[in-house]
Design a protein around this ligand. Sequence first.
Ligand SMILES: Nc1nc2c(ncn2[C@@H]2O[C@H](COP(=O)(O)OP(=O)(O)OP(=O)(O)O)[C@@H](O)[C@H]2O)c(=O)[nH]1
Length: 328
Amino acid sequence: MNLESLAPPSDPAMPRRLSSVRWRLMLAVPLATAVAVALFAWSAGGFAPVAGGWERAGWMVLLLSAIQLLLIEAMLLRPLRRLAAGCEAMESAPLPLTPEDAAPTPGQAAELDRIGHAMRRVRGSLWQQDQDARELRRELSQQRLLLEQAHTALEANQRELASLARTDALTGLANQRAFDEALRREFKRAQRQRGLLALAVIDLDDFKRFNERYGADVGDAALQRIAALLDERFKRDTDVVARLGGEEFVALLPGFGMAEAQNVLELLRDDLRTLRLPDGEGSLTVSIGLAAASPAHPYLSAQALMQAADEALYIAKHAGRDRLSLAA
Ligand SMILES: Nc1nc2c(ncn2[C@@H]2O[C@H](COP(=O)(O)OP(=O)(O)OP(=O)(O)O)[C@@H](O)[C@H]2O)c(=O)[nH]1
């Protein structure tokens, strides 16, 4: 600590000012005393214009002034002079801290040592805590990353599961559940918009015999080929092709009336005739039942439309297969 900073602000002109104050007091005090004595005499009965009265008053003024000046000198000016001298001394010779002064006593040194040790320990422990916190933060961000990855994987799995729940495993087409939803949705839309909606039920002919002749694996591959063909033939965004199970497929064709659907289904039958089945084995035909809803030919419900297509398929089968039958 700098001792100079503790010293009162010094004023080099202080002793000079004090002596000038003393001179002023030596003039002012007798004057003020004379006035006071005069006032006192006047208030006590007026001035006595006799020589003895003036003389006594003069002596009284002198005596009182001397007493006051002595008192002022002793009680005020002298202490002030000492103070000024002290300030001047501090000013001119500030006390520096000598190495001896600065050196702590053995007791203080031991105490300082202990404090130093304690502070080093605290600093060490703070550093360790900081390291631990960094490590924790690193671990936390790794865990968060893993969690995000797991979450993404879970979402992907859920999406896949949801898609599997609506997909036919063998062919990748929509399954019965997805088709039922699509049929309800498209039927309502067609009703609302007074639009067209065609529904074809497509069933392989004598597939049992095909399976028996070429084996289930060839049968599976044939189902996959036909599914791909349907997918290729009905590829508008609004078309829905599904496998309902076994060797039965459906095509839901929004915006198509009976005639347009019939045309495209005949093309499908042509495709089938030229389709090369796995291992070049045999050929397959299909029977198709077609129903179409329109404002001119409305159906009460989606189920009613489906039933009409099923009945048309039944007729096609009983009429000898490999044909397309239209619902009444
Ligand atoms: N390979 C294979 N065969 C299947 C699959 N699902 C059903 N089948 C077979 O398809 C055949 C269907 O036989 P049916 O219902 O008698 O029909 P179909 O022989 O086609 O006779 P129609 O429909 O009257 O022309 C059965 O032999 C089933 O085992 C499948 O996923 N893979």
